[in-house]
Design a protein around this ligand. Structure first.
Ligand code: EPZ
Length: 438
């Protein structure tokens, strides 16, 4: 098992560089299956989820190679099979992108149901609705999704919920379809736009990504090329919050400030001083943080993937705050763990009421998922009275390349204890259990 051990109390100071976006990378790697050529994907975060996705597409006979630590070369001129029922495909939630990509390329696909972080029901009915609208037959049996069509034909698809995964998956299935596909009520997240930009760079015609309506004009073929992934909005926000809670002064570099607007707005409400440049945000913490209310929403709303980290900040604000989780049914599972640090939080359904306390105290904590783990790191950075030990730190590594090194460079006291063998087994077991529950 991997642990992060943090002695809190140090003010973070200096610069930190944000890596490429995990949720863009885990979609763009499968998207490269649509390309009859070689893609070089730069600014790929070297994290567990990305490695697993590239392993998953390896099992299809595609050649993938990290030609540099953060550059992945994918040669999908030959794809040997449309079946990703291998053990690997069930290990990551993002394996669902294999569905859209392989259906788009072969007009048939078989993929094991996705695994990944477990916080409530994670349906894929909107993905399936999209594939069916394009003309595919979709059958789910024995944990395997099987879809096929003689041909895919562009059509208008209205998403009943704003879904990042469904928007991207339908885009993938539609780029090589006949005619024009229109996705209404599409997700507008930065990584949706990034996937569209990647596809366009390879010869697709996708218009309107980043708005409610995306139009995809089907083309016959995609060609290879180079693409660089956008910076990770959630990683950037996590470091901004770590700076704000520790009384720090940190410049978060290599980000896109427009992606951070909802986060910056909330931090400013809390008294944090935010200075923006073209590709950086400097965060200067106030003496005390003011309380505020947050509702998570699809982009451009406050991101659900920063909700746990925000809960920690609000736990030490001077007064009462409220968080409403507007995206997932069950994303407060980590609160019980967080309360071990002295945080005072009451949860009722999708609402958490947080009474600010003057300090958090160190505790032994267990990360329940990736972002909950990041929140626990933030708690550890301010907790007093000894060391905070975070078990299951391998969850955190799924989304944050070099988090320990980055925090240490900013002045934090963070060390790691690793048992790689146990770590891998534990991670695999948990993911298998989640997959069975999905
Ligand atoms: C993506 O998940 C991200 N994962 C998640 O980040 C993120 O929390 C989520 O988007 C929301 O921003 C990846 O990109 C790999 P959704 P996704 O489809 O695509 C409901 C992280 O920590 N829904 O936008 O699976 C669903 O239940 C991860 O990095 C349906 O009802 O999320 C949820 O309430 C965790 N039917 C809402 O929509 C569907 O067919 C949003 O889900 C699909 C989704």
């Amino acid at each position: 098992m991997s642990q992060l051990i943090i002695k809190g109390g140090n003010k973070l100071q200096g610069d930190v560089i944000v890596n490429g976006a995990k949720n863009a990378a885990v979609a763009i790697i499968p998207a490269s299956l649509l390309v009859d050529g070689v893609c070089e994907i730069e600014n790929i975060p070297y994290i567990d989820d990305v490695i697993r996705v590239s392993e998953a597409i390896d099992t299809l006979g595609v050649s993938t190679e990290f030609i540099e630590k953060n550059t992945l070369k994918v040669d999908a001129r030959e794809v040997l099979t449309y079946e990703a029922t291998e053990e690997c495909a069930s290990k990551i939630r993002a394996s669902y992108y294999l569905l859209g990509a392989l259906l788009g390329r072969f007009k048939k696909v078989k993929v094991a149901l996705p695994g990944g972080c477990n916080f409530g029901v994670r349906p894929i009915d909107q993905h399936i609705k999209g594939f069916e609208a394009l003309g595919a037959t979709v059958v789910v049996e024995h944990g395997i999704i099987h879809a096929w069509a003689d041909k895919l034909i562009g059509t208008q698809i209205y998403l009943d919920v704003v879904s990042v995964g469904a928007t991207i998956n339908i885009m993938l299935a539609a780029v090589l379809a006949e005619g024009t596909t229109i996705i209404e009520n599409a997700a507008k997240e930065p990584h949706v736009v990034d996937v569209a930009n990647f596809l366009n760079m390879m010869g697709a015609v996708v218009k309107g990504a980043g708005t409610d309506t995306i139009r995809i004009l089907g083309v016959e073929k995609l060609h290879g090329g180079k693409y660089s992934i956008i910076p990770d909005q959630i990683e950037a926000g996590t470091y901004m919050m770590a700076a704000a809670i520790t009384g720090g002064d940190v410049t978060v570099r290599n980000l896109i400030p427009e992606h951070m607007e909802s986060v910056s707005a909330k931090l400013i409400e809390m008294g944090v001083v935010i200075d923006e440049g073209d590709d950086y945000i400097r965060v200067r913490a106030p003496e005390t943080l003011k309380p505020t209310n947050v509702k998570t929403l699809p982009h451009p709303g406050f991101p659900t993937d920063l909700q746990p980290q925000m809960a920690v900040l609000l736990s030490v604000a001077e007064g009462t705050s409220m968080i409403v989780e507007g995206v997932w049914d069950n994303r407060f599972q980590y609160i019980g763990e967080l309360k071990r640090t002295g945080a005072q939080i009451n949860v009722d359904g999708r609402v958490a009421v947080i009474e600010g306390v003057s300090k958090l105290t160190s505790a032994k904590l267990t990360a329940t998922d990736l972002r909950a783990g990041a929140a626990m790191v933030i708690a550890g950075l301010v907790a007093t009275g000894g060391e905070t030990i975070i078990n299951n730190a391998q969850y955190i590594d799924r989304g944050y390349e070099g988090i320990q090194e980055n925090l240490v460079a900013l002045g934090a006291d963070v060390r790691r204890s690793v048992d790689e063998d146990k770590d891998r087994k534990l991670c695999d077991n948990v993911i298998e259990i989640n997959c069975k529950q999905a």
